[in-house]
Ligand binder design. Structure first.
Ligand SMILES: [Zn+2]
Ligand SMILES: [Zn+2]
Length: 345
């Protein structure tokens, strides 16, 4: 089968991956599931993997097939698989978890001590077939695997943060969403679907803010023209926002926390790249927290699939054949992809 593989780390996105002929995977464990990949979302994380940015965090054996946002049809199952069968359409949680460790037993899939992450430390979905496990698969009812694929990582990550924020968002509260991009626009919709809070969308681009407006944001703030802290203060009557979802994670956005987070509230970090440099006294005085977020739980992906199946989530996707994968890598590097790109192997 064809697979788009990384042979060496590079900054040259235009020739990052090569299409190799490799063996089709087959189940070697009784819980293994092989899917024919129908859609595999391209993600900024793929660009980072290509650049070698993840080598300090995970062990990678090159060459490796990338692709961690996978959905498709089950074509082969191990002897003990009972919850999916050949012919089922599924989306895959990005981590193949062990089910036995304490984190797994707590439902904290991302903290599994024995997990494998296809596309990050084992072969992923930019190929005709993907090897995964029963614990990772979620059956789809009516949605197209190609359309839902990016939710396997981008969607679940945004949903996970929104899910943590929602219990603190009573009617009359305020939530700020910073960065209405690929993840932020999903996070905004999750808040709208799950709470009666008043949402404030912040971005530097007018197009992003008009998308936020169409998706139900109550207020929009263009941070290249307005002072965000002043705008939030005016909208919240000086109270601040109980929850902030920061999909940018730059120095400038984390620096907003002391001024925009209501006392006792949370500033969730989902985007990354910058630093947090606030005076410790500001956290003591406001008793607010910075909260990290990494992907999400299997059960959260189930919930997100339910929202998608129910027509509650709108996701812009564009599709590309496997042969064009390096063009997609290059285009994303230059911020030229609208919504999420999905490779259709
Ligand atoms: Zn991703
Ligand atoms: Zn585990």
């Amino acid at each position: 089968m064809d697979a788009a593989r990384l042979h060496e780390y590079t900054e040259e996105m235009g020739e990052a991956l090569s299409i190799d002929e490799v063996d089709r995977p087959s189940p070697s464990r009784s819980d293994h599931v092989v899917i024919e990949v129908e859609g595999a979302g391209w993600c900024q994380t793929d660009n980072h993997i290509i650049e070698g940015m993840w080598t300090d965090y995970v062990e990678q054996d090159l060459p490796m097939t990338l692709g961690h946002e996978n959905a498709g049809e089950v074509v082969e199952i191990g002897d003990e698989v009972s919850t999916v069968e050949v012919g089922d359409k599924v989306i895959c949680h990005p981590l193949m978890t062990c089910g036995q460790c304490r984190a797994c037993r707590l439902g904290e899939d991302m903290h599994c001590e024995n997990g494998q992450f296809p596309g990050l430390n084992t072969d992923g979905g930019f190929a005709e077939y993907l090897l995964t496990s029963e614990r990772s698969t979620i059956k789809l009812d009516s949605v197209d695997p190609v359309e839902i694929a990016p939710h396997a990582d981008a969607g679940i990550t945004a949903y996970h943060a929104a899910r943590k924020a929602v219990p603190h968002l009573h009617p009359g509260s305020h939530a700020v969403v910073i960065g209405i991009g690929g993840l932020g626009h999903i996070g905004l919709q999750a808040l709208e679907a799950m709470s009666a809070t008043t949402t404030i969308a912040v971005d530097i681009k007018d197009e992003a803010l008009s998308l936020a407006d169409r998706l139900g944001a109550d207020h929009t703030v263009n941070s290249s023209e307005e002072d965000v802290a002043e705008a939030v203060e005016a909208i919240t009557d000086g109270a601040g926002a109980e929850q902030v979802l920061d999909f940018v994670g730059a120095d400038e956005t984390t620096a907003l926390a002391p001024e925009v987070v209501a006392p006792g509230g949370d500033h969730h970090i989902i985007g990354y790249g910058g630093h947090i440099h606030e005076p410790s006294q500001a956290l003591v005085n406001g008793e607010f927290s910075f909260v990290g977020n990494i992907v999400g739980k299997y059960t959260e992906l189930q919930e997100l699939v339910a929202l998608v199946e129910g027509g509650e989530m709108h996701l812009e996707t564009s599709q590309y054949p496997l042969e064009e994968i390096n063009d997609v890598a290059e285009a994303l590097e230059h911020n030229e992809i609208e919504g999420r790109a999905v490779i259709v192997p």
